[in-house]
Design a protein. Structure first.
Length: 127
């Protein structure tokens, strides 16, 4: 290791000089052109006349969009946006109480463990 302030110099020189690769000329490059650009204006106008009109959508055939409501879990207090149909389905499963998916899984596991009787969750008792 060289002492401070003294640089180690090398007298190594490159034995062979490799030539740079030849430059590619731009003469061999071609511009890409879409086939649509060759169509005349008349052909495009004829296509628009022959093309079928878009189907008219009857609003009576569409299903109504359900509005969402905030439902608060009666076990952990978390809020979720759910449709009224989903809220009723969950309440029918859990004796009129709405519980979130995480708590529902916990209740399901506890019920599988005990098969019958009371199921406990933090702060709540479930039959």
């Amino acid at each position: 290791m060289a002492p401070h302030g003294e640089a180690v110099t090398s007298t190594y020189t490159r034995a062979t000089n490799f030539p740079n690769p030849p430059r590619v000329s731009n003469d061999s490059l071609n511009r890409t052109v879409s086939d649509i650009s060759f169509l005349s204006k008349d052909v495009l106008e004829n296509y628009e006349e022959v093309a079928p009109a878009p189907a008219v959508v009857d609003e009576k055939q569409l299903t109504p969009i359900s509005e969402v409501e905030d439902a608060k879990c009666e076990c952990c207090g978390m809020s979720e946006e759910c449709t009224p149909e989903y809220i009723e389905r969950v309440r029918s499963k859990y004796m009129g109480k709405w519980i979130c998916g995480l708590c529902a899984e916990a209740v399901k596991e506890e019920m599988e463990k005990k098969q019958k009787g009371w199921v406990t969750l933090p702060g709540r008792w479930w039959l």
